[in-house]
Design a protein around this ligand. Structure first.
Ligand code: 5GP
Ligand code: ZN
Length: 118
């Protein structure tokens, strides 16, 4: 079993509610949802966080954004009618808690404010 919880989820060693899966990405429901739609899109390949992205990672980042759109469309919250918020947390001040790159896909209700500052 991997020491990284999201690598373990990608490997199928830890159960999760997977909602979308591609050759390079996996999307699963957040265990502690902050909105009616709260899905995490992760690359299958371990990357620590968004600050560690290099130009060579461009394709997998694009795959993550395309996966996020597919998740939103499947959940019925796609733009332009509804919409959703995409978040990368980096480091302790942003309360990043899992050190495997993940894109939060939040939606399903009008989201308050543009940014959560506290
Ligand atoms: P972060 O705070 O690092 O940006 O986000 C990590 C997210 O991962 C949190 O929203 C947390 O609820 C979620 N999470 C942590 N452990 C697990 C897990 O084992 N399974 C799932 N599905 N989500 C998890
Ligand atoms: Zn990992």
């Amino acid at each position: 079993m991997s020491e990284c919880i999201f690598c373990s989820i990608v490997a199928g060693e830890v159960p999760s509610e997977i909602v979308h899966s591609t050759e390079t990405t996996v999307a699963f429901k957040d265990i502690s949802p902050a909105a009616p739609l709260h899905v995490l899109v992760v690359p299958r390949r371990h990357i620590d966080d968004a600050s560690q992205i290099t130009p060579e990672d461009g394709p997998v980042l694009a795959d993550m954004l395309v996966a996020a759109r597919a998740v939103a469309e499947a959940a019925g919250v796609a733009a332009p009618e509804r919409g959703y918020r995409l978040i990368f947390n980096i480091g302790p001040d942003a309360m990043n808690s899992v050190p495997h790159l993940h894109l939060h896909v939040l939606g399903g209700q009008p989201l308050k404010g543009h940014f959560a500052l506290a």
